[in-house]
Ligand binder design. Structure first.
Ligand SMILES: N[C@@H](CCC(=O)N[C@@H](CS)C(=O)NCC(=O)O)C(=O)O
Length: 209
């Protein structure tokens, strides 16, 4: 049984969504972001204290994109979440799988820190404005892809959509969805309609504040 250490609305959604798409059994172990550094069981899996973390038998992992790649490599014999390396759509798959984190969500972490954790006089800062510009430039690549094809890997759903859709949702929660445009809105609607996405979202009960 795979255990996902997560919290709403963190990147654990990517892992849960992938597990739901693959029809694998899993257990969700909630971690409270506010008290995670006192959560000994969680810290045993990820001493660095960020989410998500995952345990699968002897395997303990961090980093949501690495986990997606692990699940694809170990459990996706039917190629539900990734094209074969020989497939013409593999390069786009690989690119957007990583771009969703390294080119999008990672920059948004800087904005989260500035908006919610920085002292008042440091909230509006050069780093946060630069992170927003970086995000927007990568968003343009997502928009260009949607001008060519319905999904990140082309005609077929893949883990690259899981990666990018999470980043788009995170951007929306930060008030950055104004320039998403119609194609991105339509794409998000199509992805949100997937039963596995809906089951993944239902698996959470947001912690009481
Ligand atoms: N690249 C990592 C990023 C992980 C990350 O930033 N997680 C956030 C929650 S979504 C977190 O735990 N932030 C608190 C921290 O980094 O200490 C991944 O994809 O898993």
């Amino acid at each position: 049984m795979i255990t996902v250490y997560g919290a709403f609305p963190t990147r654990s959604l990517r892992v849960i969504w992938a597990l739901e798409e693959l029809g694998l059994d899993y257990r969700l172990r909630p971690v409270d972001l506010r008290t995670r550094m006192q959560d000994a069981e969680f810290l045993n899996i990820n001493p660095a204290g960020f989410l998500p973390a995952m345990q699968d038998g002897d395997v303990a992992m961090v980093d949501s994109i690495a986990m997606l790649e692990y699940l694809v490599a170990r459990y996706d014999g039917a190629n539900l979440l990734a094209p074969a390396a020989s497939d013409a759509c593999f390069p786009a798959y690989q690119q957007f799988l990583h771009l969703g984190e390294s080119g999008m969500a990672a920059f948004l972490n800087v904005i989260v820190g500035s908006k919610f954790m920085a002292p008042e006089n440091e909230k509006d800062n050069f780093g946060a404005r630069m992170a927003e510009r970086m995000f927007d430039s990568r968003l343009a690549l997502v928009k260009a892809q949607l001008g060519r094809a319905p999904m990140m890997a082309g005609e077929r759903f893949s883990a690259a959509d899981i990666s990018v859709v999470y980043a788009l949702g995170m951007a929306e929660r930060l008030g950055l969805a104004d320039n998403f445009g119609a194609e991105v809105a339509d794409y998000r609607g199509r992805m949100a309609a997937r039963p596995a996405f809906q089951r993944a979202n239902r698996s959470w009960s947001p912690p009481a504040s």
